[in-house]
Design a protein around this ligand. Structure first.
Ligand code: CA
Length: 446
């Protein structure tokens, strides 16, 4: 199993990029997440960059400046593409070499600092002067349902006497999502139109959703895939994971309620899914690997193909996810966003490795750049619920905002801001940046 600690994780490291040393930055030198960017106003091809403080290291420019050699040079050569797929396909040894040499180049102290810092103008781009794109060409997108708290809450709303279905503790439940509508953070989200039928309605109608929601999730990008017909053993699942991003699985609850039986969500989800621009690598997350969720006494153990000692000991991820809301009125008044929830990924019933292994267990081939989302990350208490459906209990308990507004579901003009970060004694804090989207009126409305 890969994922040990090395010099790149040393919490004492500092960078000559001064903004990377700011307290609270999501992108210190210990993080080095990957994304795809293009400078604003330039007619140029998008390419891979690495976030460092408030800057982006242009990997292609760094390659030209000859800062890489060996496997890292080959990995950097894959970064000229307008997506991370080529880099994702190379595998752990290449990713690790690229991380190692990038860390050495950006490091403060040592004999090379002055010479490296002198190349800053050549290889750095200010994040404020770049457009950040969807980081990978996602061939297939799958959404799981790995929080037992979320599944129990949602189940008890829709089936009060039968909240958790009998397969939940055996099967990592998921469905095939839509890859074409995965959008970059910051993309405005049109309220979807769809077919709905209220409980009191004699017949369904078609129009803008009246119950638009977000879902706070994490997504893992697949690195090297598996051949069709060949399952992925759980012991090697981590080697097939490139890294993790924030995911907002926008959901129209009224469309979902009417359409979901018997084949699951369809148009209630496929109108848009927002991803954060920065992919935090599994290697950067190594200091935050923790034991997998401990199943309560009486729960069945996972079947053998989903069971692995190393995964039980280190398959959890200590990542905190927050959801913030900024309404049109808050924005107009210059007021800040309001935090709606904060949850820990450590409470997830299934590990990322179990999701990946289960996905390939029938021989389904995963490919570099495929995105596997976790499902809504909710914990046991109300302030840890990762969607409005749960926070407002299907609209029956409206949220009150500090300015007197209330919400059951999202209104036009609402901006949803998701944040994620890792904090742990003895490790440098790293973050995911933001995953944002503003709701705008339905096409054809008004
Ligand atoms: Ca979801």
């Amino acid at each position: 199993m890969t994922g040990g600690l090395d010099a790149t994780h040393d919490p004492g490291l500092r960078s000559w990029v001064s903004s990377a040393n700011d307290a609270g930055t999501d992108f210190p030198i210990q993080n080095l997440p990957f994304g795809v960017f293009r400078r604003v106003g330039r007619d140029e091809q998008a390419r891979v960059g690495i976030a460092i403080g408030a800057e982006i290291l242009d990997v292609t420019a760094a390659l030209r400046a000859r800062i890489y050699h060996g496997l890292a040079e080959a990995a950097a050569a894959a970064c000229g593409a307008p997506s991370l797929n080529d880099l994702m396909a190379l595998g752990h040894e290449h990713w690790s070499a690229l991380r190692q040499q990038t860390s050495e180049f950006l490091r403060a102290g040592g004999g090379r600092e002055a010479a490296n810092a002198a190349r800053g103008d050549e290889v750095l781009v200010a994040m404020t002067s770049a457009d950040l794109l969807v980081p990978a060409r996602v061939g297939d997108y799958t959404d799981f349902y790995a929080s037992v708290h979320h599944a129990t809450n949602v189940g008890s709303m829709f089936r009060p006497d039968n909240a958790l279905l009998p397969n939940y503790k055996f099967v990592p439940i998921g469905y095939h999502g839509r890859a074409s509508s995965i959008v970059a953070s910051g993309t405005r989200i049109h309220r979807p139109n769809g077919q709905t039928k209220g409980a009191a309605d004699a017949a369904p109608g078609y129009g803008p959703s009246k119950a638009l929601d977000y879902e706070s999730e994490l997504g893992v990008f697949v690195g090297p895939g598996n051949s069709l017909g060949e399952p992925l053993p759980i012991a090697s699942a981590t080697e097939h994971m490139f890294g993790v991003c924030l995911v907002n699985d926008w959901s129209a609850r009224d469309i979902q309620t009417w359409e979901y039986q018997p084949l699951g969500p369809f148009l209630s989800k496929s109108f848009a899914t927002t991803v954060s621009p920065w992919v935090v690598t599994m290697e950067a997350l190594a200091p935050f690997r923790v034991p997998a969720f401990a199943r309560p006494a009486g729960d069945p153990p996972p079947l053998a193909y989903l069971s692995d000692d190393a995964d039980r000991e280190r398959g959890g991820l200590e990542i905190t996810l927050e959801v913030w809301l900024r309404t049109q009125r808050l924005r107009d008044g210059g007021a800040p966003a309001v935090r709606l929830s904060r949850a820990s990924f450590t409470g997830m019933y299934w590990t990322m490795a179990q999701l990946l292994t289960h996905h390939a267990s029938n021989g389904c081939n995963l490919r570099p750049g495929d995105l596997l989302a976790s499902g809504t990350v909710s914990g046991p208490s109300k302030d840890t619920r990762g969607c409005l459906l749960e926070l407002t209990w299907r609209g029956s308990e409206p949220l009150s905002l500090p300015d007197g507004e209330t919400r059951t579901f999202l209104e036009d003009g609402d901006e949803v801001i998701m944040r994620g970060y890792c904090e742990r004694e003895g490790a440098a804090r790293i973050g995911f940046g933001e995953c944002t989207g503003e709701v705008v009126p339905a096409v054809g409305a008004g």
